[in-house]
Ligand binder design. Structure first.
Ligand code: AMP
Ligand code: GLY
Length: 421
């Protein structure tokens, strides 16, 4: 098979690393990729949001399967455009990607399918939203309906904060059209868990759990980021919990999406709150998680390529199960100082200390080559992943690898997985 992976982050490097091991693969292309992903395939200098150029490349290069990593090409309709050109894509159509691109859409699906989630109401009018606050005091959660790069959620601890969030989104249009409609939600409490399912439109295959660390600072302080590290599997992920989420959240969503004419194909990422009343959905993403993917790919024993291909064609065998290695993985993000705010690029990175270290994989995200040097070129720069027989050893090994990397302008959280020793 000739495969094209779209994206240039750590997630796409991890996918490329895993898929490159498939006996089914003849050629792997990654657009735009990064210097790490280049070790596993051919880098194609096309941006992840240049749909026309990506489809043109896939057609002229006779690509058999396209695997989009990030949400942007999905929300722009890459799957639809490829389908029109007769090319298989393991990703949702634009209509199905609304599960990530519109929180309002997802809440309606939840109501229709009886999925456990936070109570909610949707608003386009600031006055009506403020009136709702009068009967629903803080803590309360205010969300921009559309994609906002992870910045569209305000967990308001006071009524003033909630009021300010409504003003910022509906009146000041801080998130542009993404915030022209908002969802106001009950604030749930509990432990968060990421759960992944591999879907073909009808059938959902469990594809792992992980615990992400979204805040930039240790002990979950500071602003939200794309994710500062992950451990997998999630420490609370018992087989019974996984079955509950698959049966009460994932499968009913898939059935409802199919029933309304927008079947979901691709990775379905459920962000869950493990509450006293059981698991409840926080949100869906229409893609794999980053850095969850960097933690889960090294634990996956199965060859994903035939399964992704079957799913892309809507022919996943419901009896299929993914095989996983025993043990655990930890992935620590090294970010550029200043992230998630302004940060400098061009910091020199030296990975020589970890190259060839057993059970450690350094997935690259925001990196580029400058002459014969590797330098930083983004906020999240490296995802340093280790696997071991238990979580504690995986975490220790990941930090040993972090300490063997030279990247003076970088920083990481030292407490990835630390609350679950
Ligand atoms: P999201 O961008 O939707 O993943 O939300 C970012 C973060 O906000 C989540 O990871 C949660 O920590 C928090 N959050 C979102 N919705 C809720 C909710 N209804 N109750 C409590 N926390 C929430
Ligand atoms: N790690 C969370 C995400 O990928 O959105």
């Amino acid at each position: 098979m000739r495969v094209l992976i779209i994206g240039g982050g750590g997630r796409e490097h991890a996918l490329a690393w895993k898929i490159a091991q498939s006996p089914m693969l003849t050629d792997l292309f990654i657009a735009p990729g990064n210097p790490g992903a280049a070790a596993h395939g051919t880098i194609v200098p096309i941006a992840a949001d240049d749909i026309a150029a990506l489809v043109d490349f896939a057609r002229t290069q006779h690509i058999d399967l396209v695997i989009p990593g990030p949400e942007i090409p999905l929300a722009l309709g890459i799957t639809d455009a490829l389908a029109a050109a007769g090319i298989a894509c393991f990703g949702p159509t634009r209509a199905a990607a609304q599960l990530e691109a519109s929180k309002w859409f997802t809440k309606q699906i939840c109501d229709q399918a009886g999925i456990p989630t936070a109570a909610w109401a949707g608003f386009t009018d600031a006055g009506a939203a403020r009136a709702h606050l009068a009967t629903h005091p803080a803590p309360i959660v205010i969300k921009a309906d559309g994609l906002a790069g992870g910045k569209g959620v305000v967990v308001a601890m006071t009524d003033d904060e909630a009021d300010a969030a409504i003003t910022a989104m509906l009146e000041d249009r801080r998130h542009g059209e993404s915030g022209a409609s908002i969802v106001i939600e009950e604030c749930m409490t509990g432990t968060e868990m990421s759960l992944f399912a591999l879907c073909d439109g009808k059938t959902a295959l469990f594809c792992g759990t992980a615990m992400d660390h979204k805040r930039v600072g240790e002990n979950d302080t500071g602003p939200n980021t794309g994710g500062m590290g992950a451990i997998a599997p999630h420490p609370a992920a018992t087989p019974a919990l996984i079955d509950t989420v698959m049966d009460r959240i994932i499968r009913p969503t898939l059935a409802m999406m199919a029933a309304q004419g927008t079947p979901f194909r691709g990775f379905l990422f459920a962000g869950l709150m493990l509450t006293d009343a059981g698991p409840r959905l926080i949100e869906f993403n229409a893609r794999f998680g980053d850095p969850e993917c960097e933690a889960l790919m090294p634990l996956l024993a199965s060859d994903p390529l035939p399964i992704l291909n079957a799913a892309a064609h809507g022919t996943l065998d419901p009896a299929t199960r993914l095989a996983w290695r025993d043990g655990a993985a930890a992935s620590v993000i090294i970010a550029a100082r200043g992230y998630p705010g302004a940060y400098a690029q061009g910091g020199v990175i030296d990975l020589a200390g970890v190259s060839g270290v057993e059970h450690v994989m350094v997935f690259q995200a925001g990196t580029r080559r400058h002459g014969n040097r590797l330098v930083s070129a983004g906020g999240r720069v490296l995802a340093v992943t280790a696997v071991a027989t238990d979580r504690r050893d995986a975490i220790d090994r990941a930090y040993q690898a972090v300490d063997a990397i030279s990247f003076i302008e970088g920083f990481c959280r030292r407490d990835i997985g630390a609350n679950y020793h």
